[in-house]
Design a protein around this ligand. Structure first.
Ligand SMILES: Nc1ncnc2c1ncn2[C@@H]1O[C@H](COP(=O)(O)OP(=O)(O)OP(=O)(O)O)[C@@H](O)[C@H]1O
Length: 521
């Protein structure tokens, strides 16, 4: 019954905000088009469609608001006006009762809150649709008191989410089945992606693990601080981490007054992101200003503080290669290469004609070169490339969409801090270094090291393999004398190459063995 009521509410909101018109007009069945016209009589639909969509999602509650936020990143699917409006969605919701947060903590650790923490601040510092954050103090394993931030999941989220997701799936099926435009929007794919995203956010151990990995990766860079995770105090519903003290990145004047070098901050943001992408293939993908602060503490003055690790992106070696080579080819205006890369990597069907793709890509990219190089947005270029690829039946990988969205965030943030920021010259060294590593001797060295244990296993078998091979040869070379001499010559040559090759191989193996040992001890 409650599912029916929720479904009825959704349908009412859809009509109330005139969202039916967004897809109904393209319904293939005439009676549905008529219904759409009939339903729009007497409604005030003056507000732009994007605004109506945003307001409707706000009306439907936090899960739909989150859905809109995720949808806003699919600029390859949505028209720009709608994506812009959706990006304005904020999931500010009233905090839940601290007693509920404390009950969750007690259930998770099977101890009263005042036994878990030395002190616990009942007033939340922040509250969003999925979780709420409280400050507290705990005693760590060494008996030292530590200031911490405790993130607690909003209770009873799973059933609400499942119900809303069920309805979203159903509606996506309708829209896809009934409307031509609806099919193009790939609603079922979008809802499935959202489903994954929400379930990931509901597991705080996962978020804590992301934070720990990023902290380890960023340790040597000295540009960003990531909270330490207190694993003894982590549970799927509760996450306890080091409390960070910084100034929100949005308060630029305050940062400037405190003496922070703002243009350097802008460059550092790009450096951090490119390091995460091209060196580690593991990047923070929720880089909105609410999750970024700047430290003013003397020891870490001017460094970024990163928060909220619910969404991270991972890239494979081939993703990185695809990206780097595309960017480099793009900046050389070598559109043919960009097209070839798309085909080689299997991004577009093999039978695609390079010339067609090349001219589509040229049409997308060339207008960008109308402006100075430093003003070019890589996020925008990537988005246009994805949009072009779609016309050639390409399924864009979710991690690349995530990357493109984050790239836009980072560029937006960088330009907000320093309108003079030269994005390309900040990013270029990363791409060049990475390309060199991919093609130069470092790659060969890395791959040899990875293969070393395998070759080490082969070495003892080598003499037997050689003996088996040689002992078979004479039996095959009987018959006429000339044949025999020829065969003997061939055998000698083969023997020579096997012996020289074998010697080189064994020598190589010995070196590799040595390397493996050096690495192990
Ligand atoms: N380790 C921390 N130290 C200090 N403050 C923190 C810490 N973690 C979170 N906060 C505060 O809590 C706020 C919300 O945290 P976080 O973004 O992780 O929660 P969220 O529920 O995922 O919110 P949203 O989805 O809106 O980003 C942060 O903006 C920050 O003010």
């Amino acid at each position: 019954m409650s599912r029916f009521l929720r479904g009825a509410t959704i349908v009412w909101v859809v009509f109330r905000y005139g969202l039916d018109g967004l897809v109904l007009d393209s319904f293939q069945k005439p009676w549905l088009r008529w219904l759409s016209r009939l339903l729009s009589v007497g409604r005030n639909l003056d507000a732009p469609r994007g605004q109506r969509l945003r307001e409707a999602l706000e009306r439907l509650g936090p899960i739909f608001v989150k859905f809109g936020q995720v949808l806003s990143t699919r600029r390859d699917l949505l028209p720009a006006d709608m994506a812009d409006e959706l990006a304005r969605l904020q999931d500010r919701v009233p905090p839940f009762d601290p007693a509920i947060a404390m009950a969750t903590i007690e259930r998770a650790f099977r101890r009263p809150v005042d036994e878990v923490f030395v002190a616990f601040d009942r007033t939340p510092v922040a509250s969003a649709s999925i979780a709420q954050v409280h400050f507290a103090t705990l005693r760590d394993r060494a008996g030292v008191e530590r200031e911490v931030a405790v993130k607690v999941l909003r209770p009873g989220m799973l059933p609400v989410i499942e119900k809303d997701l069920g309805l979203m799936r159903m509606m996506a099926g309708w829209v896809e089945g009934l409307s031509a435009d609806g099919k193009r929007l790939k609603p079922r794919e979008v809802v499935a992606e959202f489903d994954n995203y929400l379930h990931d956010e509901l597991d705080l151990v996962r978020e804590a693990a992301n934070a720990a990995q990023l902290r380890r990766n960023m340790a040597g860079l000295d540009l960003v601080l990531i909270p330490e995770i207190f694993w003894d105090f982590c549970h799927p519903e509760v996450m306890v981490m080091q409390r960070m003290n910084g100034v929100p990145i949005s308060q630029v004047e305050r940062l400037r007054d405190a003496g922070v070098d703002i243009p350097k901050l802008a460059r550092d943001g790009v450096t951090i992101f490119f390091t995460q992408v091209f060196r580690d293939g593991f990047f923070h993908a929720d880089m909105h200003p609410g999750n970024i602060q700047v430290s003013l503490e003397p020891a870490t003055f001017g460094r970024y503080i990163s928060l909220d690790f619910g969404i991270v992106g991972t890239l494979t070696e081939s993703d990185k290669e695809y990206l780097a080579q595309n960017f480099v080819a793009f900046f050389r205006r070598d559109y043919k290469r960009v097209a070839e890369l798309h085909i080689e990597s299997g991004w577009v069907p093999r039978e695609t004609r390079v010339n067609d793709l090349e001219s589509a890509i040229r049409a997308v990219c060339e207008p960008y070169f109308d402006r100075p190089l430093k003003e070019i947005s890589l996020g925008m270029v990537l988005m246009r490339l994805f949009q072009t690829s779609r016309r050639f039946q390409v399924e864009i990988q979710p991690q690349l969409v995530l990357l493109q969205k984050t790239l836009l965030n980072i560029e937006g943030l960088g330009r907000q801090l320093d309108p003079e920021l030269d994005l390309w010259s900040t990013a270029k060294p990363f791409l060049e270094k990475w390309m060199l590593e991919q093609m130069g001797p470092q790659r060969l060295w890395r791959e040899l090291r990875a293969e070393a244990p395998h070759y080490a296993k082969l070495v003892p078998e080598l003499p037997r393999l050689l003996y088996d091979y040689l002992s078979r040869r004479p039996a095959e070379s009987h018959g006429a004398l000339r044949d025999l001499l020829e065969a003997q010559k061939r055998t000698n040559r083969l023997l020579q190459s096997i012996i020289y090759g074998g010697l080189g191989f064994v020598l190589g193996l010995l070196v590799m063995q040595l390397m493996v040992r050096v690495r192990l001890f």
